[in-house]
Write a protein of this length. Structure first.
Length: 180
């Protein structure tokens, strides 16, 4: 079975954008499998993301993230995949993402920061909102380039966002069916 014959939708965006909660709601509404790349890596490694970053560094984490994404996209069946916020920074992931719909969960820096401030997320610990804003501005062009749909996830509920994504996906499928 080729990668294009599988149905996956990828959620991208900064930490705190709501990828996990929206992804779980979307998967439930579509009857698909849900996978959160960070959670899979944590389970496989037996360490938190913060511990992995501390012990092995971000480069090693990004390599595991790429391998995990590739493995998930090879699986049969349909899935909603919540990418880590920095997955877009790995060039090799771009090729893995291209065949699939990618949804960028965006939001205000203030909202996303408020959701992660004080957490043990490695790129939040010891950082300020100004640091977070700079990181967002660095990644923003990648989110824009790699996604086909952008949703402001600052004020809508995960269920509302999931319903919006599901409608968009169904419209894409109908368009593709009409073209064949």
């Amino acid at each position: 079975m080729s990668v294009n014959s599988k149905r996956h939708v990828l959620l991208t965006g900064m930490m705190g954008a709501g990828k996990t909660s929206v992804g779980a709601a979307l998967a439930a509404s579509l009857g698909w499998r849900f996978c959160d790349l960070d959670a899979i890596i944590v389970q496989q490694r037996g360490q938190s993301v913060a511990e992995i970053f501390h012990q092995f560094g971000e480069t090693a984490f990004r390599q595991w993230e790429q391998a995990t994404l590739a493995a998930e996209l090879r699986k049969t069946g349909a899935s909603v995949v919540a990418l880590g916020g920095g997955a877009v920074t790995t060039e090799a992931n771009h090729g893995l993402m291209r065949p699939f719909p990618v949804v960028w969960l965006d939001g205000t820096v203030e909202t996303m920061w408020s959701r992660i401030e004080g957490s043990d997320r490695p790129l939040a610990v010891g950082r300020t909102m100004a640091d977070f804003r700079r990181l967002f501005e660095q990644r923003k062009p990648l989110y824009q380039r790699l996604s086909q749909l952008r949703i402001d996830a600052s004020i809508k509920s995960p269920e509302t966002i999931a319903a919006e994504i599901a409608r968009w996906l169904r419209a894409r499928w109908e368009e593709n069916a009409d073209e064949q």
